[in-house]
Design a protein around this ligand. Structure first.
Ligand code: SF4
Length: 449
């Protein structure tokens, strides 16, 4: 458990010198206790106190990393209960489970389809995180063969190895390589599983369905035996029970600094579902609250798109909109006679407009202004997408050298700026385009005629 502000205060120099940026040592101690300050800000704290404070300064939820390089998956290290307070940092790892009772061909086909799936949204490529292989057969050789079959099609993505048999775990981890998650240690096998995970440099999930106190005790035992990277499975599978327990774990870790539960969780939505559709709904709940790893039993591109988009939305900082760089973009192969459209640099706006222009088949110029990442109406209301901004962007990116017709199409939502824009861009004709991006193709077809 983390220290209180007063406990921390007793370890500080108590000189109130203000070098940390706070008026008193007590104020600094209170901020440290709330995880809103860094101990390094006090240059006068003794080495002895630093050691004593280390536990209190540690993140309330451990960061667990699987795999390496481009396909690395980092989960945990969260500090917020609610995304609107600040942000969630490390997106949920979404895995697909295969079992060693499936044929090699079935495993290869399932893994190839799921791990090969990619979709682009707002300029970001979304894909599943990795593969879970379960030793459903109980046979060690079959387990290793299944892992190797999955590896051949996994595009280098990380693995979760699922067995409660230490011998199968050892063989499986040898096949899967470093930075794998071993699932799971239980109250009956944890000492052997710790030895296997330690030898392989693996993270270790702990499974304990008897309640949060036994789960915390098991995690403490595993940690005491030398495993730092722990993942929690409280054993709940239904929607309401999972929501309740995952929320309690998160709250105890983040708001009470209860370190024995300060780890990411793992969820198996298919085990609480009666259909793939219900599995998708439960998975969505875990992505929102508060899964660390979510292991699916079914892969469907339509469901994956929804879940990955949900994950992207939840793990995007609400205070920092995703933006594209202002500039003059070519959609297709535009020439001097091609239409010129203008919009804001909010990513969703840019990709919606660019997608519709591209789909229209009418090569066009797209002027993107610096509107601080806001959508059209928001930027207009905030004064970031007015006549002056558009004219400034047109000048900065030299639109006059690109088109010969002197016509610029503004979004229908800001028709109100057309008069002012005529004054800001003398000699230009201001055309009011559609309000919605979806209507751009039919509008551009008229341009062609
Ligand atoms: Fe106290 Fe250290 Fe801050 Fe100075 S820098 S006020 S000693 S906590």
């Amino acid at each position: 458990m983390g220290m209180s502000g007063l406990q921390i205060y007793k370890l500080l120099p108590k000189t109130n010198c203000k070098d940390c940026g706070f008026p008193t040592c007590l104020a600094f101690a209170m901020k440290l206790a709330a995880k809103q300050a860094d101990l390094a800000a006090c240059p006068h704290v003794s080495e002895e106190s630093k050691t004593a404070l280390a536990a209190s300064a540690a993140p309330p939820m451990r960061l667990v990393t699987l795999g390496s390089g481009d396909t690395e998956v980092k989960v945990g290290n969260e500090t917020e209960m609610f995304r609107h307070n600040k942000t969630f940092y490390n997106p949920v790892g979404v895995f697909l489970r295969v079992q060693d009772t499936q044929s090699t061909a079935e495993i290869e086909a399932a893994v190839a389809e799921a791990m090969g799936y990619q979709v682009e949204r707002v300029g970001i490529t979304l894909s599943l995180s990795g593969v879970a292989v379960e030793n459903a057969s109980g046979d060690k050789e079959a387990f290793v063969a299944a892992i190797k079959a999955a590896q051949a099609k996994a595009n280098g993505k990380p693995f979760i190895i699922m067995t409660e048999d230490p011998a199968a775990a050892q063989a499986g981890l040898e096949a899967a390589g470093e930075k794998t998650l071993l699932y799971a240690a239980t109250k009956d096998n944890w000492e052997e599983m710790v030895a296997v995970a330690k030898a392989a440099g693996a993270s270790l999930a702990v499974y304990e369905p008897e309640g949060l106190t036994p789960l915390a005790n098991l995690a403490e035992n595993v940690k005491g035996a030398g495993i730092e990277d722990i993942v929690l499975d409280p054993g709940t599978r239904s929607m309401p029970d999972s929501l309740a327990l995952f929320t309690q774990i998160r709250r105890l870790a983040l708001t009470k600094n209860f370190l024995p539960l300060g780890y990411p969780t793992i969820a198996f939505p298919g085990e609480g579902a009666e259909s793939p559709e219900e599995e998708a709904i439960i998975a969505g709940q875990h992505i929102a609250k508060y899964g660390g790893f979510v292991v699916l039993d079914h892969f469907d591109p339509a469901v994956a798109y929804i879940l990955l988009t949900l994950r992207l939305n939840i793990y995007t900082d609400p205070q920092k909109p995703i933006q594209v760089s202002p500039g003059m973009y070519e959609i297709g192969d535009p020439g001097p006679d091609s239409p010129l459209l203008v919009t804001t640099n909010f990513s969703l706006t840019y990709f919606s407009v660019a997608g519709e222009v591209d789909g229209s088949g009418v090569s066009s110029w797209l002027l993107i202004t610096d509107s601080e990442g806001m959508s059209v109406l928001t930027a207009w209301a905030a004064g970031n997408f007015d006549a002056e901004t558009v004219a400034k962007g047109a000048k900065a990116f030299d639109v006059e050298s690109k088109v010969s017709h002197r016509k610029i199409i503004i979004p229908g939502y800001v028709a109100v700026i057309s008069g002012e824009l005529e004054e800001e861009m003398p000699g230009w004709e201001i055309l009011v385009g559609p309000r919605e991006a979806v209507d751009i193709p039919s509008y551009l077809k008229l341009w062609q005629n």
